[in-house]
Design a protein. Structure first.
Length: 258
């Protein structure tokens, strides 16, 4: 995540958000001086902001003097409609899908030009995945990302296609033409297959989730060992789960939706 450099005109709210942005999955606990260094804010300003954030509950202080994100912030974030409501509607179907496949099951939404994972259920002995709940990833290499990008507005697709692609593996689609063909296939078949694009041992099969206006609001996927599963055999199971979630959200699916 790119940090915004603090300026003299930066508001108190913006500086407080910079403090919160200093925390990442790899930096879940930070000391005051570390927060100051990562944000570029003066130590005195950092101390004042951290004290206020602790008082409100956005940060919590560890016994050793470090700070971590507080539970109050999680309580507020859980009110996001595309998070909690979608997750509650989807969980029964995700659980069934995970039980049947014994593989990793994921639910994701698009935020700007990224995938954001709303839920993930890990299968026993399933392949390792790089995602986490609340984490972001590029759209094009992932199964859920291909689904969301295929149904995104044209301007969003063009923004993604105009940016440099990150090559995660030798199988990653890294040209606009390759990604365009993949998106057209998603729209034609109703499913996306990401074959070893993120790691060389994993394949992802994903399908769209619809809202009552028949807009794609999320995607569900199964991520499995690439050398032990047939993606085409997983596709109907993923589609059934996606249709169930869509109906729970109030969607009336036309017969043409696979």
């Amino acid at each position: 995540m790119q940090r915004r450099a603090p300026t003299e005109n930066c508001s108190v709210t913006a500086r407080a958000l910079q403090v919160l942005e200093a925390f990442t999955p790899d930096r879940s606990v930070l000391r005051l001086a570390e927060i100051s260094r990562h944000t570029g804010l003066p130590l005195t300003t950092t101390h004042r902001l951290v004290k206020e954030l602790v008082g409100w509950g956005a940060l919590e202080r560890e016994p050793d003097g470090g700070y971590r994100i507080g539970l109050r912030l999680w309580e507020i974030a859980s009110l996001a409609p595309r998070g909690l409501g979608l997750r509650e509607a989807a969980l029964p179907y995700l659980s069934d899908l995970g039980h049947i496949t014994r593989e990793n099951v994921q639910l994701a939404v698009r935020e700007d030009l990224s995938v954001v994972y709303v839920e993930r259920l890990a299968g026993r002995d399933a392949v390792r995945v790089l995602t986490r709940v609340g984490g972001r990833f590029d759209l094009a290499p992932t199964g859920v990302g291909l689904v969301l990008l295929a149904h995104a507005p044209r301007e969003v697709q063009e923004q993604v296609l105009s940016r440099p692609f990150v090559r995660h593996t030798e199988k990653t689609l890294c040209t606009p033409d390759e990604v365009r063909r993949a998106l057209a296939e998603v729209r034609r078949t109703g499913v996306a297959v990401s074959d070893r694009q993120v790691t060389m041992d994993a394949v992802s099969v994903a399908a769209p989730v619809y809202d009552p206006d028949h807009a794609v609001v999320a995607a569900v996927s199964v991520v499995a060992h690439a050398d032990t599963v047939n993606p085409h055999a997983l596709a109907p199971l993923v589609q059934v789960a996606a249709r169930g979630i869509s109906r729970s959200l109030g969607a009336r699916l036309r017969s043409s939706v696979a």
